[in-house]
Design a protein around this ligand. Structure first.
Ligand code: NIG
Ligand code: FE
Length: 379
């Protein structure tokens, strides 16, 4: 087994302080063995290793955990983006454009696109990624999307309830029957999670509850898209069901904030969507001050947020959502890990996965201070 020493780290950010070392460790070193962290501490006391990487005083942080993406799709919706920038509103209906293109695409084309986006995300520092289905909306097309996604990540999510597809437009309940019946049966073997888009123009709170309970009974973990377009009791439903994450949370009422603060459900904020739909940003400060756990994710999808860049999301969270740079980095790493119920990523401690980002900067503050600049190297 080869041991690699990452030496002369100017500042190591760990998201941990329960092992006798501070959360932010200046003058640090890390030893990596077999993809895991084998040693961590002050550079002066570092053990010998087979190979050495000289960080030369730069900052090292945990790899980004992007807990919310929709990467299995075909087609292009740049015209929709252009129209929005000219004043048109975002609606859930645009999803159907991508559904038509995705259904028509070959497995090879879908996998090539998704693989390229995962590689792009990795170059930007994303070392753990979740991928949802949701642009197939038939039993076969959703199962295919999840089969392909599962070749790229273990964090796969059935989002058969993204919108009601055109062929069920006059029978939405019939579509929910399909989702909780044959679709769930076909997709559960390829999915770790189930999700529902519960919002204006998509699914109701009652439909979301039925789908999530069926998913839970099939052994899947729960996630929910809620309160992106309007306030909704769906946020409290997610907390009551013990969902791992409720995502978007753009329009929260005080009762939602209280429920999130008192529960175990992570509030996953997706500022790329507000950027790309020219919408008001969620109030992260209010959630954090109340004691909620916040994650940041890209929501990478062709409609509402076509970016894989977690650094961009961090910059938006700091500039627009009241988060400090440290809180934003935490949300993009440990927050995402909490949203995926993972304790081996998003944190740098002995035994954790050795997902380390070397920043071309002395401090993580530069992730927000230098927006749009590629500062990240994945070690
Ligand atoms: O998370 N909100 C629902 N789903 C995606 C948007 C999908 C689309 O517009 O294609 C989202 O923003
Ligand atoms: Fe989404």
């Amino acid at each position: 087994m080869t041991a690699t020493l990452v030496d002369r780290i100017g500042l190591l950010v760990r998201n941990a302080d329960d092992d006798g070392l501070p959360d932010e460790l200046p003058g640090a070193a890390v030893v990596i063995e077999d993809g895991r962290i084998a040693w961590i501490g002050r550079a002066a006391g570092a053990p010998d290793a087979d190979a050495r990487i000289d960080a030369d005083g730069r900052c090292v942080v945990p790899g980004f955990v992007d807990s919310h993406t929709h990467l299995v799709f075909a087609g292009d919706r740049s015209a929709e983006f252009e129209a929005r920038m000219a004043g048109r509103p975002y609606t859930a209906g645009g999803i159907r454009t991508t559904v038509a293109a995705t259904r028509a695409a070959s497995d090879e084309a879908l996998l090539a696109r998704a693989t390229g986006l995962v590689a792009e995300a990795r170059r930007g520092g994303t070392t753990t990624i979740e991928i949802k289905s949701g642009y197939g909306l038939t039993v076969e097309d959703e199962a295919r999307a999840l089969r392909l996604a599962a070749t790229l990540t273990p964090e796969t999510t059935l989002l058969g309830a993204h919108v009601v597809p055109p062929e069920h437009a006059h029978d939405p309940e019939g579509y929910v029957d399909l989702v909780v019946g044959p679709m769930l049966t076909a997709c559960a073997p390829h999915a770790r999670w189930i999700d529902v888009f519960c919002d204006r123009g998509a699914f109701t709170v009652d439909q979301a509850e039925r789908i999530l309970v069926a998913g839970r009974d099939a052994g899947l973990g729960l996630r929910l898209h809620a309160a992106q377009l309007a306030p909704s009791p769906a946020v409290r439903l997610a907390v009551e069901l013990g969902a791992a994450s409720v995502d978007h949370c753009t329009h929260l009422e005080q009762a939602d904030v209280d429920a999130l603060a008192g529960g175990t459900t992570v509030a996953t904020l997706l500022p790329g969507a507000e950027f790309s739909t020219r919408s008001p940003y969620p109030d992260a400060r209010r959630l954090l001050d109340a004691g909620g756990t916040v994650a940041l994710a890209s929501d990478c999808n062709p409609g509402s947020s076509f970016t894989t860049s977690m650094s961009f999301c961090i910059a938006l969270a700091v500039r627009e959502m009241g988060m400090t740079p440290r809180e934003a980095l935490h949300a993009a790493t440990a927050g995402g890990a909490a949203a995926l119920r993972r304790d081996d990523v998003g944190v740098l401690r002995i035994g954790a996965r050795a997902d380390l980002l070397l920043l071309d900067a002395p401090s993580y503050v530069h992730l927000a201070y230098r927006p749009g600049v590629p500062l990240v190297t994945v070690l």
